[in-house]
Design a binder for this molecule. Structure first.
Ligand code: SAH
Length: 230
């Protein structure tokens, strides 16, 4: 009996310790990569502190999950740098009752960060294996307010429009017109736009009285937006 209790105590201690290890790294990430820069929105910081980023990267690079950079997630795709995830989230000026559309589920990390802040997140991924893995993980983590779909996000998600906010996490040359259409009145869209790799900028598009206003934010590097050829 004593042995069993000792074992249980050790096990709980060790698993607790392992979790704390990542919690501490996450805290440092928020402090040094986000707060030390220009991330001030409390909801964004809280979400970045909570979502276990290490679970969204492949097992063998878990230890690098909280580094100040993007990481490969397979199928030639990447999970964005924590700062960029936070920057885009903050730029969307989210409210708890918002309905958000994401194009480019990838690992599902950005969707999880959004789901911590808003009412519902609709996310579309064009690469099937990535979409399936992300959906499984998000369900396992208990996110019941994230709806996933496999397909070409160029068309948006018309059945669920309008959206209060839209986030595109792959670089386009031009903003897809259907996404602008599906943005509700007063809505915000954040999207990397540019002709070539070196010219890409994050654009914040807002809709007021049916008119779109575009604001250029910071230069960024993103994987390209692809199209379904079917
Ligand atoms: N938000 C992701 C980052 C993913 S990288 C994360 O948090 O991990 C960009 C993703 O956009 C890739 O997975 C890529 O396959 C996807 N993508 C590219 N073009 C797309 C399109 N037309 N529709 C949907 N997803 C697309």
């Amino acid at each position: 009996m004593k042995k069993i209790i000792t074992f249980i105590v050790c096990f709980v201690y060790m698993t607790g310790f392992a979790q704390d290890d990542f919690a501490e790294e996450r805290k440092q990430m928020v402090k040094t990569q986000l707060e030390a820069r220009d991330i001030t929105d409390p909801a964004t910081l809280q979400a970045m502190l909570k979502v276990p980023r290490h679970l969204f990267v492949p097992e063998k690079i878990k230890k690098y999950a909280y580094r100040d950079g993007a990481l490969p997630i397979g199928n030639d795709q990447t999970i964005s740098q924590p700062y960029i995830v936070a920057y885009m989230t903050q730029a969307l000026q989210l409210k708890p009752q918002d309905k958000v559309l994401e194009i480019g589920t990838g690992s599902g990390y950005q969707a999880a960060v959004l789901a911590e802040i808003v009412d519902s997140v609709y996310t579309i991924e064009i690469v099937k294996p990535l979409g399936i893995i992300a959906d499984k993980l998000l369900k396992r983590l208990g996110y019941t307010n994230i709806y996933t779909r496999i397909g070409d996000g160029y068309h948006g998600w018309p059945e669920q429009a309008p959206f209060d906010a839209i986030i595109v996490t792959a670089a386009v040359q031009e903003i897809p017109p259907k996404l602008l259409e599906q943005l509700g009145e007063g809505g915000r869209m954040i999207i990397p736009v540019g002709e070539t790799r070196v010219q890409r900028n994050l654009i914040l598009a807002t809709k007021k009285d049916g008119k779109i206003n575009r604001k250029k934010l910071i230069p960024v590097v993103f994987v390209p937006f692809t199209r379904d050829k079917n």
